[in-house]
Design a binder for this molecule. Structure first.
Ligand code: AMP
Length: 530
């Protein structure tokens, strides 16, 4: 089912272990920047890459670096990032890529106690990712040694310039072994960065993924910036999206997770990705085509080559890794003269990638605010009103009028109508009395023998209670065989009795406020003394 002309990770001459790690991460195929960068780095070249967050650039340098690193416990690669957040993200991603090779990646940044970082560095890591200031600090203390460094990565070089890190960057570059590869990523090439590349890089190869592509003009394109994409998506599903949609995720794992996340929130969705058998895929597509499910969640690979009619919305839950993929994805809606809508979610860091897509595709993707909770409620109200209006307009409800007339003797019309709407919305749930807020009894530690729960009963010797009374009432009322009842201790004003764990809740429910020997009793779990 995958397009054979596309290159897969295995074709890039990667270690099996790395391919396994990438599969575990849910990656199906290399992104364009990876396809271009990985072979060039593996051949030993320096690289200048023009790529933003969202393109897969971290793995583009992370994969070949991990491939070239040995398990010797000294630092073999240094990655400079402008911010601590990016340092952490990059370290996480490289850590995952290197997991099967047991390569350790450590982020170091200002603001975190340096002692802790020194301890981690001493434990032996092969890749260090950090902000330039903190890296220099470690280099000066000799807690980071540069002798064995084979790779330097400068990530988001132009942002580092904006943040005033150029001198620190140069100081680090000056002190690295000459025998190394340098990979520099930057969205733009301001002069100071260009001069660094001239001074410290060897015949760098340029990698950019700037192909001009054209979109279908009949697709309205919007984007939403949010940190909670699942919540945002649900709001859109409640308020705006009304039709058949495909949601695109970057990875297989992402697809599976989103199917579950939507499912638990009550939205029916089916997932499609490369791990499904042909039969499973056919079953999913049949359901989707027949309209038995309106939401299809797919990876780019799985959706390639699928021809589906009447898609009203395409949702980029994860931003596409290149403009071409954006165009491919959104081209699935707005067909056959129908108007389609494409909605793209971005996290704040992915803004640049969005702008790049806009530029390459030569279109404005309009920013929109997510519906608020009030909008969601308002929309629900509108839907109810509109349904009721259609029924009223049909004027075909006379059979029900006698029911209303009889109720009007005791209730006013608003009450009756509101109750009817509640019943319509909630079904039988509307019949349940509002749950009393009861606090579940804590049966955890009552001081009983293992497997038993000790109960406290507020009657005792003063009420002439005997062991037999207790056994009989529990046996008869709660249907627990007398032989299962454990130790009974009767005191003046109260009694303790142990019952098996499996029946403890039942005994509580039945015996509390019941009578023993004519006395109304309170029964509760005993509290163990600590
Ligand atoms: P980056 O551009 O490096 O910030 O990566 C953006 C996101 O894309 C990260 O969550 C990566 O894990 C993910 N990613 C990178 N490469 C791939 C790939 N080939 N397939 C799917 N997801 C990827």
């Amino acid at each position: 089912m995958t397009n054979n002309t596309k290159e897969m990770f295995g074709d890039l001459l990667l270690d099996k272990k790395i391919v396994t790690a990438l599969t575990e991460m849910g990656f199906e195929e290399p992104s364009p920047i990876q396809r271009e960068t990985i072979p060039i780095v593996l051949e030993g070249n320096d690289v200048i890459g023009q790529a933003q967050t969202g393109t897969g650039k971290t793995a583009a340098f992370g994969i070949p670096i991990v491939q070239n690193i040995t398990d010797h416990r000294h630092i073999q690669a240094l990655v400079m990032t402008p911010t601590r957040e990016l340092a952490i993200q990059v370290a996480e991603e490289i850590g995952k890529i290197g997991q099967t090779k047991r390569i350790k990646a450590l982020p170091v940044y200002g603001g975190q106690p340096i002692d802790r970082q020194i301890r981690s560095l001493r434990s032996g890591v092969q890749i260090v990712i950090g902000t330039p200031g903190r890296l220099l600090d470690h280099i000066r203390r000799a807690t980071i040694k540069l002798d064995n460094i084979k790779f330097l990565v400068v990530d988001e070089a132009d942002e580092m310039l904006d943040m005033g890190f150029v001198e620190d960057m140069e100081e680090i570059m000056k002190n690295l072994p000459a025998e190394r590869q340098t990979l520099l990523f930057s969205a733009t090439m301001p002069r100071p960065i260009l001069s660094l590349t001239k001074k410290y890089m060897k015949a760098p190869k340029l990698v950019a993924i700037h192909k001009e592509v054209v979109t279908a003009p009949s697709v309205d394109q919007f984007y939403y910036e949010t940190k909670d994409k699942v919540d945002g998506l649900c709001r859109l599903l409640d308020v705006e999206i009304n039709g058949k949609l495909i949601i695109f995720c970057r990875t297989k794992k992402g697809v599976d997770e989103l199917v579950i996340a939507l499912g638990t929130r009550g939205y029916l969705a089916e997932g499609l990705h490369g791990d499904l058998s042909q039969n499973q895929r056919d079953r999913v597509m049949k359901k989707f085509r027949a309209g038995r499910v309106d939401i299809l969640i797919a990876t780019d690979v799985a959706a390639r080559g699928l021809d589906i009619e009447n898609i009203t919305h395409v949702v980029n839950f994860d931003i596409p890794q290149d403009p071409e993929s954006y165009v491919h994805r959104i081209g699935r809606t707005g067909r056959a003269g129908n108007k389609g809508v494409a909605l793209t979610f971005i996290t704040p860091r992915e803004f640049r990638q969005l702008k790049l897509i806009e530029k390459a595709v030569n279109i404005k993707i309009i920013r929109r605010q997510l519906p608020t909770e009030a909008n969601v409620l308002e929309r629900q109200r509108e839907m109810i009103v509109s349904k009721l209006q259609s029924v009223l307009d049909q004027n075909n409800y006379n059979d029900y009028l006698p029911i209303i007339s009889s109720l009007l003797k005791d209730y006013n019309p608003e009450e009756v109508a509101a109750a009817a709407v509640k019943l319509m919305q909630e079904g039988n749930k509307a019949l349940e009395a509002p749950a009393e807020t009861t606090i579940a009894p804590d049966l955890g530690n009552t001081g009983a023998k293992p497997g038993m729960v000790r109960m406290f009963i507020n009657i005792g010797r003063s009420q002439k209670i005997t062991v037999k009374d207790i056994i009989q009432s529990i046996a008869i009322e709660a249907d627990v065989p007398g032989k299962d009842i454990g130790m009974i201790s009767i005191y003046d004003k109260f009694t303790f009795v142990e019952v098996p764990e499996e029946v403890a809740e039942k005994v509580l429910a039945v015996m509390h406020r019941n009578t023993i020997k004519g006395y109304k009793v309170n029964v509760e779990p005993a509290r163990a003394r600590d």
